[in-house]
Design a protein around this ligand. Structure first.
Ligand code: S3P
Length: 434
């Protein structure tokens, strides 16, 4: 089924609501819960298609999982050595996290498995996980470093891996494989990336030591089942931070949002541009810092995004492009070539979409220069990229005419309740299916 959004201009965003569970943490809670000994009870799980794919994959390997039911999931962990050979390929759907993290888990099993996904996932680079996993002794076949991945489980040996790209998925894949490896596995990152795997492994009773930019663990330990709550996803909150910032008269309170410092780059970038964002009720949930975030309309200035903030806001650049289009002065993004290998080529797709709405964007190999202009109505193609669809939906708040956004079904991968929450907050969004 194809879904289009039709967004009519001219409203403000108001109200207070919790944002749905964090996608990265939800995936990891399923993976670690399945590999743990004993029962894991999760609340606040994101019931998006990506996480459902991870749940289905572990069920196919014999793990008994009840739910999800209103964000609650109960996993009967089978222990690190308890997975069974799947009878069919494991389908990761649209999810790079599912595929790369599961490649790490499957590399050290005693059985063979195959990981597949949708057309977008089959275009994304998997060499970045195949290379370190192969160095650990894994046997993985892929054509041109792309899925499908055929994995023949093998005994693994720990490595010290210096990651060439700042990628939490690669770091996590290597650490998960390290659970099965002989000796110590260490991953060193060129810049800080989200550290949910390290925090959660510790939370499940598996020691991960961190020294500077390295995370290390010893193979052969055990994970113990946990009760845990998943905080709200700052990457989903980002669309509301954008919408409320650009639409005059807006005032929103987003409740229970994760503010792990490896994820808050978008707050820093928008604040440097002039946004009015206040964090209140700071607390800790499931080993992660959380806050309620109040955001009100504010006029924005352009920014040269500091390169060190790029990995800390890696999923938020579709929202940033729209914010930059609404600022008073131009913005420059550099050091963001990773955006070209996300669910779509986010530099090209955002540039094309903004140009269709009258905004000047000069593409660079590793970023773009965005020259603000009044946003017109028009048609944009999200190319099946959930975050691009949601960013352009928010652009509709300040456009001079209606914006039609094509190919929006994948919003359900990360934020199934987005249309309903956006409508309730005041966005005039109509969902059309064919
Ligand atoms: C994720 C890491 C990021 C991010 C993705 C989720 C994760 O990817 O873009 O949406 O859960 O580890 P990279 O690690 O490839 O940058």
């Amino acid at each position: 089924m194809t879904i289009r959004y039709l967004v009519r201009p001219g409203s403000a965003l108001k109200g207070r609501f919790p944002v749905p569970g964090d996608k990265s943490i939800s995936h990891r809670s399923v993976i670690l819960g399945a590999l743990a000994e004993g029962v894991t009870e999760i609340s606040g799980l994101l019931e998006g298609d990506d996480v459902l794919a991870t749940i289905a994959a572990f069920r196919a390997m014999g793990v008994v999982i009840a739910g999800p039911d209103h964000g609650h999931l109960r996993i009967e962990g089978v222990g690190l050595r308890g997975l069974k050979a799947p009878q069919t390929p494991l389908d990761c759907g649209n999810s790079g996290t599912a595929m790369r993290l599961m490649a790490g888990v499957l590399a050290g099993q005693t059985f063979a498995s195959t990981l597949v996904g949708d057309a977008s996932l089959h275009k994304r680079p998997m060499g970045r996980v195949l290379q370190p996993l192969t160095a650990m002794g894994a046997e993985i076949h892929a054509q041109d470093g792309k899925a499908p991945l055929q994995i023949q489980g093998k005994p693994l040996t720990g490595i010290h891996y210096d990651m060439p790209v700042a990628s939490a998925q690669v770091k996590s894949a290597v650490l998960l494989a390290g659970l099965y490896a002989q000796g110590e596995t260490c991953v060193t990152e060129p810049a800080p990336t989200r550290d949910h795997s390290e925090r959660m492994l510790n939370g499940f009773g598996y020691m991960v030591s961190r020294q500077g930019s390295s995370a290390c663990l010893q193979g052969g330990g055990r994970l113990s089942g946990q009760s845990m709550q998943v905080p709200g996803d700052i990457s989903s909150a980002a669309f509301f931070l954008l919408g409320a910032t650009i639409a005059p008269g807006s005032d929103l309170l987003l409740e229970g949002v994760g503010i792990n410092p490896t994820r808050t780059g978008i707050i820093e970038i928008l604040t440097r541009m002039g946004a009015r964002i206040d964090l209140t009720a700071l607390r800790e949930i499931g080993g992660e810092p959380v806050a309620d975030i109040r955001v009100r309309y504010a006029p924005l200035q352009g920014i040269d995004v500091p390169p060190h903030l790029v990995p800390l806001a890696i999923d938020e650049f579709p929202a940033f492009f729209v914010a930059a289009a609404c600022a008073k002065t131009p913005s420059t993004l550099t050091g963001a070539e990773e955006l070209r290998v996300k669910e779509s080529d986010r530099i090209t797709v955002m540039a094309e979409g903004l140009r269709a709405l009258g905004v000047g964007v000069e593409e660079r190999p590793d970023g773009a220069v965005i020259t603000p202009a009044p946003i017109k109505g028009g048609q944009v193609d999200s190319h099946g990229d959930h975050r691009i669809a949601m960013a352009f939906a928010m652009a509709g708040l300040v456009a001079s005419g209606s914006i039609e956004i094509l190919d929006c079904a994948n919003v359900a991968t990360s934020f199934p309740s987005f249309p309903a929450l956006a409508q309730a907050a005041g966005l005039s969004l109509e969902q059309l299916s064919a």
